[in-house]
Design a protein. Structure first.
Length: 226
């Protein structure tokens, strides 16, 4: 049995997996209350499905990008459980987990999170000929810069998309495929799906060195004039 943990943003999620099947999932809007809400919800999930920590055989955790506090809480909890139980841990990019929900569309998928200061964090993924591919790595940009890079019909997903939907439609027209706002709530089941594949492939992380992914713009330092 595996536990998936996602506290990357104001949306948090947990999933319990047994024999490759998600048997329980919990998703909630936690704002900045990750520290106070995560463990009580883990304990609630365990109690509801009669699960004891020692029954776990692996931990899957979202590594970001996302909020500093949210990632710290989620990854810290996941590492602590992996250490204490002596079980493997695997991390998955949060943008990738967001995109995976739309893999069956066959289109390029662009997950978008709010990065603050008018910027967004994003990447690009696609399932092609049965293979799940990252087309563009995680990076910080603006909506305008993102739109200028889109050349074909693309699915835009993520909790920030409803905020920028009109901008996307204005810049891209029919090339912007925007799911209903009700589906913008990220689900831990898709994080679990990606994590299971990596666990099965032996692609585990070292809990001693696993760190959150915090995206930053490349810094440009001006030369000092003497």
């Amino acid at each position: 049995m595996q536990l998936a943990i996602d506290t990357s943003t104001g949306t948090a999620g947990l999933a319990l997996v047994r024999d490759g099947e998600v048997i329980a999932e919990l998703t909630w809007r936690c704002g900045q209350n990750h520290t106070r809400q995560l463990m009580p919800n883990v304990e609630h999930l365990f109690k509801q499905f009669d699960v004891r920590p020692e029954m776990l055989t692996g931990i899957i955790v979202a590594r970001g990008p996302g909020s500093f506090n949210g990632l710290r809480v989620g990854i810290g909890t996941a590492k602590g459980m992996a250490f204490s139980l002596g079980i493997p841990i695997v991390s998955v990019g949060t943008l990738e987990a967001e995109a995976y929900q739309y893999a069956e569309t066959g289109l390029p998928i662009c997950p978008v999170f709010n990065a603050g200061r008018g910027e967004i964090s994003t990447a690009m993924y696609r399932r092609k000929r049965g293979r799940w591919l990252q087309l563009v790595s995680e990076h910080i940009t603006t909506v305008e810069e993102l739109c200028s890079s889109i050349g074909s019909k693309t699915v835009f997903c993520g909790e920030h998309v409803p905020v920028i939907a009109e901008q996307l439609r204005e810049h891209l027209g029919r090339k912007a495929v925007i799911p209903p706002a009700i589906s913008s709530l990220r689900r831990a089941a898709y994080l679990a799906g990606l994590g299971l594949k990596r666990l099965d492939a032996g692609e585990t992380d070292d809990p001693a060195t696993l760190q959150p992914l915090y995206l930053r713009r490349p810094s440009i330092t001006k030369a000092k004039h003497r």
